[in-house]
Design a protein around this ligand. Structure first.
Ligand SMILES: [Zn+2]
Ligand SMILES: [Zn+2]
Length: 142
């Protein structure tokens, strides 16, 4: 991370490093506010605005992914490599879906139509293990 910042001409600050570490150390895809709560104890003077700006910087530097889901605030992923996500409709958590990502997805369509693809989205919706078993319990009761 230090190298990435330096190469891009940004100062290496403790704030930036702590926020980056927090993001890399979790797979929970936190929102900016959740990240703020995660780093507050280590950075007592930090504001939510600084967290937002730092995340925007990291996004420009390509060291994180911003995930946007309809009707909820952006979430941030310390893993910038393409991977799929599964969203729980029960508790709202976002899990990494360890499925192979085809590198040439869309290529045929792009070649045939001249459509220049810059990204795509594939998300799984459903219920995480805990929510699925709660739902089964409720069904059995009712
Ligand atoms: Zn759930
Ligand atoms: Zn992820």
């Amino acid at each position: 991370m230090k190298e990435v910042l330096k190469r891009a001409g940004y100062r290496v600050t403790r704030q930036r490093l702590v926020i980056f570490e927090a993001l890399r150390g979790t797979t929970s895809h936190p929102t900016a506010e959740e990240i703020y709560n995660m780093v507050k104890s280590r950075l007592p003077n930090i504001s939510l605005g600084t967290v937002y700006r730092t995340l925007e910087l990291f996004e420009r530097l390509g060291v994180l992914q911003r995930l946007t889901f309809e009707g909820s605030p952006s979430r941030f992923d310390g893993n910038p490599k393409p991977h799929y996500h599964a969203i729980c409709l029960g508790c709202g958590r976002v899990l990494d879906a360890d499925e192979p990502v085809p590198e040439d997805i869309g290529r045929r369509f792009s070649e045939e139509t001249g459509f220049e693809i810059v990204g795509y989205k594939l998300e799984f919706y459903g219920y995480c293990k805990e929510c699925a078993s709660k739902r089964r319990e409720n069904e059995n009761k009712g």
